[in-house]
Design a protein around this ligand. Structure first.
Ligand code: NAP
Length: 307
């Protein structure tokens, strides 16, 4: 059994504390060696406020995991790769497609692992859903992703700044599942994007794709939250509920469990095997759909939004 690898966790905010730290604490593969964050810290773990200082001081740390928002992430990823470290990226993997291609090329040139994670693909029922759909004819699919931005992103103004993606920040999770489970690729054919008058990114979106696939994302949902994908096939209907964690076929639960807590342990296990095998994994399909929606989407201005 190979020893644990040391990882530096960068951007100690909501997702780092909610998911990355517990997943690392419980992992047989990883030791959280240090953090880099301007303000955030993890109790009992060496804390740096500057990336260059960490990379210089901790030559023993082979891997850097970036849990920052997408816009500042590229500079940190580039610095880590140039310093010879393997890199794991939170979703979405970057602010633009081209910058992720640049990171991919850098990692390849230096023989390093780059892992663009999609945590929702690790939800309990995604693999069983993909397997069930593999030999079916897809007649239609619909995503319903409705959640309350005030609950999940309290005060995080970056989501409404350029590059923050707005409602596509959660919506890209749905697209990461869809692109994983459908047996053939689809492409965007049209979209309506609802921008609050005082914001730079959409708060709701309706998307249409080839293959009779549609999606509705809305961040103004109060009360019950919905993260569902429905797929109609020639041999029955599939429902993925709870963000890909529960699978129903023709209304009967088949697989999964109603918990998101398996996703980050699975991401870190995957990163460990990628590093050990000297491989990278960078699938930009979910981000291509978001980029296409921003390119092709019709803009509608809606009521101002304040946290
Ligand atoms: P967050 O709490 O707002 O940000 C994480 C940390 O990044 C902040 O605490 C901050 O730490 C650092 N940071 C923020 N802006 C920065 C900047 N301009 N330059 C350098 N550092 C900066 O965000 P989050 O909710 O954790 O989301 C981070 C990423 O995880 C996003 O890509 C998001 O899509 C993804 N994600 C979030 C969730 C969720 O439930 N929130 C779930 C899954 C994935 P310091 O101020 O200490 O530097």
């Amino acid at each position: 059994m190979p020893g644990k690898m040391k990882v530096a966790l960068v951007g100690i905010g909501k997702i780092a504390l909610d998911q990355h730290v517990p997943a690392l604490d419980a992992s047989p593969d990883w030791t959280l060696a240090c953090t880099v964050s301007r303000k955030g810290e993890v109790e009992g773990v060496e804390a740096f406020t500057d990336m260059a200082a960490m990379l210089a001081a901790r030559q023993d740390v082979q891997v850097v995991s970036l849990a920052l928002p997408p816009v500042p992430r590229f500079a940190y990823a580039e610095a880590a790769l140039k310093a010879g470290r393997h890199v794991m990226l939170e979703k979405p993997p970057g602010a633009t497609l081209a910058e992720v291609h640049a990171l991919e090329a850098l990692a390849r040139a230096r023989g390093l692992t780059l892992y663009a994670t999609w945590h929702s693909r690790m939800a309990h029922a995604v693999a069983p859903a993909r397997d069930w759909l593999q030999d079916k004819v897809i007649q239609s699919a619909h995503i319903t992703w409705r959640e309350d931005v005030r609950k999940w992103h309290p005060g995080q103004d970056w989501v409404f700044e350029p590059g923050g993606m707005g409602v596509f920040d959660p919506g890209i999770n749905a697209l990461s599942i869809l692109t994983e489970i459908l047996p053939a690729p689809i492409h965007l054919t049209g979209a309506e994007l609802e921008f609050p008058g005082n914001r730079q990114t959409p708060i709701a979106a309706q998307l249409r794709f080839s293959g009779n696939v549609t999606a509705e994302f809305d961040w103004r949902q109060e009360g019950p939250q919905t993260w569902d994908i429905r797929v109609e096939t020639d041999r029955g209907g599939l429902d993925l509920r709870m963000g890909g964690n529960v699978l129903e076929i023709d209304g009967v639960v088949q697989a999964g469990q109603n918990s998101i807590m398996g996703e980050y342990p699975a991401l870190y296990a995957r990163m460990a095997s990628l590093v050990r095998e000297g491989e990278s994994e960078v699938d930009l399909a979910p981000m291509v759909h978001v980029s296409d929606a921003m390119t092709l989407g019709r803009r509608v201005v809606v009521e101002d939004f304040h946290f």
